[in-house]
Ligand binder design. Structure first.
Ligand SMILES: Cc1ncc(COP(=O)(O)O)c(C=O)c1O
Length: 354
């Protein structure tokens, strides 16, 4: 791997007390190109513009997938990567569906670790800080015939971050637009999934909602996800989250929470949830919590759900499962709680440079 370090780090001029999510980038990137049927040598270089011709295929056909994962610093100043192997598997699952060549494990994992080791100072130790990591791969061939590219570029960029949602989350159940349909790409992190979600989300924002709750594309009866989070409903003492399908992104936070909840003796059901079931549970006084999970937010309580003209307010709970599970998960992520699940891996701070 070629490594070209920046001679002009931006870290001292970065205001870590004010980090708008996803807008500040660390000093370096990883880049690796696919051409003539194989991946080339990876390179780490300073964050900066990349060359792209106007006919580059990703700009026309959106053939691109990405990942989102995080690194945390423990009290010994070591960087911990959370569920890197899962991220590696998921990007290739997404890539397969978008007809993008598989990224070899050494390119992904070694590239990731070298990049994080080099920019480890961007990952702060204090609580609520983490380093958001964005691996992505896109069609970088030049052709405006609607076709899969024969050239691709894989990159990793990173962004120091604090909390994602600064305020209460009030969501509205989407009854017209659809995020994902059967046989489609909803289970992948295809760039286009997000592009297609912006318009309905903006409409909801204009009405004062933070996010939409996506429902099934057939008749909008079943709850699927909330914005870019997996969704959880607590009815009495049972946590329910939609079971995975080709319309739902299999989140690592979701997967981790299922394990943590069960290990805490909390009953978890992965199954379809009717919007009506939530409304009924609320009117029967047994809807205890609603929350979303995702890498960016970890666990985010939802304060209200609006369905048509009806607004359901969710009272905060003294023994909140969301708070308990969030604390446990964050503890594992930042190393203050022993990770018995093997979800975290240390990044060696010593790296060879060439
Ligand atoms: C559509 C969607 N659902 C759920 C999630 C949560 O997944 P994870 O917990 O792996 O971040 C994300 C974020 O990546 C997402 O984009």
């Amino acid at each position: 791997m070629k490594i070209l370090k920046t001679s002009n780090s931006r870290i001292d001029s970065t205001d870590f007390s004010n980090l708008p999510f996803g807008r500040i980038f660390s000093d370096h990137i990883l880049i690796c190109r696919y051409k003539n049927g194989s991946w080339g040598e990876s390179e780490i270089r300073p964050y900066g513009p990349i060359d792209m011709m106007p006919g580059t295929q990703v700009l026309h056909y959106g053939q691109s997938v990405f990942e989102g994962m995080k690194a945390f610093k423990n009290s010994d100043d070591e960087v911990l990567l959370f569920r890197k192997e899962d991220s590696f598997r998921r990007i290739n699952k997404s890539a397969e569906r978008l007809y993008i060549p598989q990224i070899p494990k050494d390119i992904f994992i070694e590239g990731l670790e070298s990049l994080i080791a080099l920019d480890s100072d961007w990952c702060k130790k204090d609580e609520e800080y983490s380093l958001y990591i964005r691996p992505f791969v896109f069609a970088s061939g030049e052709c405006i015939k609607a076709s899969a590219s024969d050239e691709y570029t894989f990159m990793i960029i990173t962004s120091p971050t604090t909390r994602y949602y600064p305020s209460d989350i009030n969501v509205v159940v989407e009854q017209h637009y659809t995020r994902a349909s059967k046989g489609g790409v909803g289970y992948t992190k295809a760039a286009g999934n997000y592009a297609a979600s912006f318009y309905p989300t903006k409409l909801a924002n204009a009405k004062g909602f933070t996010q939409v709750i996506w429902t099934d594309s057939v008749d909008h009866k079943y709850i699927e996800e909330s914005g870019t989070m997996n969704i959880w409903i607590r009815i009495n003492d049972t946590l329910i989250t939609p079971d995975l399908s080709d319309t739902i992104l299999g989140g690592f936070t979701r997967d981790s929470l299922i394990t943590l909840a069960r290990d805490n003796g909390i009953k978890v059901e992965e199954r379809k949830i009717l919007v009506n079931e939530v409304i009924e549970a609320h009117s029967n006084g047994i809807l205890k919590e609603v929350f979303g999970t995702g890498t960016a937010v970890t666990v985010a309580p939802i304060k209200s759900i609006t369905v048509g003209d009806q607004k359901i307010e969710i009272e905060s709970q003294i023994n909140s499962y969301a708070s308990k599970l969030k604390k446990d998960l964050q503890g594992i992520q930042n190393g203050s709680i022993k990770d018995v699940y093997g979800w975290t891996t240390k990044v060696n701070s010593v790296m060879s440079s060439q």
